[in-house]
Design a protein around this ligand. Structure first.
Ligand SMILES: C[S@@+](CC[C@H](N)C(=O)[O-])C[C@H]1O[C@@H](n2cnc3c(N)ncnc32)[C@H](O)[C@@H]1O
Length: 280
């Protein structure tokens, strides 16, 4: 099937297949059949700007310039960045009711990785829970460090700024938390420094080398594995197991499961969801 870009260029069938292969090897995202419309809607402006007339030509350009501005922009445009505050609630209840009390009792400093952090709602939600724990429950918790990573520079830059429209805050931030943790900044709301300062934002491809990230006690890898093939899911879960400290936890998306992809974890059933713990 052919797809016509705004300038009249054509997204040819073989070009679509070659583009799917490029995307899968660049960032793991599998498009599947009949997603030409998606490629077209996300890339037509970019292709027009670069005077590229077909997906075949685009793939040739990308192959010849890995890491170029065009390459980064294409991968960026093909990511889906849907997110919200305190998404699904149970990971954050698990954090406040089990992980933080356990860390305090063991006098352990925690390192938490938000592995596909999008525009920041996930790591900021984690940091807010930590702050609430420190203020309401106990102040003897040792420092909690959050590493937040994403492949998309666009969402990572938004996350680093920590500025949100009311409409984004309406998706999960209560009035009490809005008053406590945000300051009005023109039409936007700025998250307070005390919440931001616990987070280290970094660009990172889940297909890359995990060594430089160090070890973690908890990994949030939520709502990203769904975009990958079974083979890539297995590889990423194996590598996450490798960066978890003994007894560490992995939290996937509410609709994601690791059945068939890894046997390195035990399932921990919670009231409203489940999390995974690295086997001894
Ligand atoms: C749907 S969002 C999920 C955000 C958040 N974890 C949540 O559950 O609300 C998926 C994120 O995964 C990122 N992503 C996709 N492929 C990636 C890769 N290979 N490496 C790192 N991040 C990736 C996307 O840029 C996007 O921001």
């Amino acid at each position: 099937m052919s797809a016509v870009t705004r300038s009249g260029c054509v997204g040819d069938g073989p070009g679509y297949d070659a583009f799917c292969q490029f995307l899968s090897s660049a960032c793991g995202i599998i498009l599947g059949d009949n997603k030409q419309y998606l490629v077209n809607s996300r890339l037509s402006n970019l292709m027009d700007e670069h005077g590229i007339c077909s997906l075949t030509e685009l793939v040739e350009r990308l192959k010849g310039s890995p890491g170029s501005t065009l390459y980064v922009a294409v991968v960026d445009a093909m990511t889906t960045n849907e997110t919200s505050w305190f998404r699904d609630a149970y990971p954050y209840e698990f954090l406040s009711q089990q992980l933080l009390p356990q860390a305090e009792a063991a006098n352990r400093a925690l390192r938490i990785w938000s592995a596909a952090s999008s525009s920041g709602q996930e790591p900021y939600s984690i940091s807010i829970v930590v702050d609430e724990y420190l203020n309401n429950i106990s102040s003897s918790l040792r420092p909690v460090k959050i590493i937040a990573t994403d492949i998309s520079q666009t969402v990572l830059n938004e996350a680093k700024k920590g500025l949100f429209h009311q409409i984004a805050l309406d998706r999960g931030i209560s009035a009490a938390r809005l008053n406590r943790y945000f300051e009005s900044d023109g039409d936007l709301w700025a998250i307070k420094h005390e919440i931001k300062s616990r987070i280290d934002f970094r660009e990172f491809n889940l297909l890359g080398s995990y060594g430089p990230l160090g070890k973690f006690d908890v990994v949030f890898c939520r709502n990203v594995l769904i975009y990958f093939s079974a083979e890539i899911k297995r590889d990423i879960l194996r590598r996450i197991a490798g960066v978890l400290n003994p007894g560490g936890y992995l939290i996937l998306g509410g609709a994601e499961s690791m059945a068939d992809y890894s046997d390195s974890f035990d399932v921990v059933r919670l009231k409203n969801g489940l999390v995974y713990q690295l086997k001894e």
